[in-house]
Design a protein around this ligand. Structure first.
Ligand SMILES: C[S@@+](CC[C@H](N)C(=O)[O-])C[C@H]1O[C@@H](n2cnc3c(N)ncnc32)[C@H](O)[C@@H]1O
Length: 208
């Protein structure tokens, strides 16, 4: 539903491209909060990938082509041994949680030394401000100021390897616009200071 139509497909392709640009070569990756598996599927040609999600309905949808390794489980109690993965990706997941510390701590446990964690946060979003927005637009969203994310990451033994500031506003709105407008927004985005964009894609490396 989120990625239907030409503009939805554009948003999907852009997000997958952002993740691929930040993710190094990997042997075994975890797609945390994999949802319907759009990213899991895109990563499969590049290495072994496991998708995990709490939602049975999401996993059923993800498994419709029967090609993915999926598990039902909680990001805060991951059913994997320590250092099981050299890459972990959580796309459109972290911003649903007010406190990133618990998430970073769980990922730190299952990721190998020097492993890479790619995830995204919001700099601003109307979904974080409007009281009725979470119910209408698919769950609560929290804003995470980049400076605070960096301080937390450093304290927890993560090194910020790269950050990409992207989208002028929530992609939820992009997908409702004609593709020509979406493409024009992408051009405008390159002229807008990074700090005024809406979302940040993070690449963090485990250093402890
Ligand atoms: C907005 S969707 C993103 C899905 C997918 N990553 C994508 O980008 O298409 C967020 C997903 O996180 C899952 N989720 C929420 N809380 C979770 C938790 N504690 N552990 C694992 N998955 C969780 C939801 O079920 C949902 O599928």
């Amino acid at each position: 539903m989120r990625f239907g139509g030409a503009s939805g497909a554009w948003v999907n392709a852009r997000e997958i491209e952002l993740v691929r640009a930040l993710l190094p070569e990997f042997q075994r990756a975890l797609d945390l909060g994999c949802g319907t598996g759009r990213l899991t599927r895109a990563l499969v040609p590049h290495g072994r990938v496991v998708g995990i999600d709490t939602s049975r309905a999401m996993l059923t949808q993800a498994q419709r082509e029967n090609v993915l390794a999926l598990a039902q489980g909680d990001a805060f109690a991951l059913p994997f041994a320590d250092a099981s993965f050299d890459a972990v990706v959580a796309l459109r997941v972290a911003f649903h949680f007010a406190d990133l510390e618990a998430l970073l701590s769980q990922v730190a446990r299952v990721i190998a030394p020097r492993g890479v964690f790619v995830f995204d946060t919001y700099l601003w979003s109307p979904r974080a401000w409007l009281p009725l927005a979470p119910a209408r637009w698919g769950g609560g969203v929290f804003v995470h100021p980049p400076a605070r994310v960096e301080t937390l990451a450093a304290r927890m033994g993560w090194q910020v390897a790269r950050r990409e500031f992207c989208f002028l506003f929530s992609p939820y709105i992009y997908r409702r616009l004609p593709l020509a407008i979406v493409r024009a927004l992408a051009r405008i985005e390159t002229r807008v200071p990074a700090r005024l964009r809406a979302r940040v894609f993070w690449k963090m490396a485990r250093v402890m």
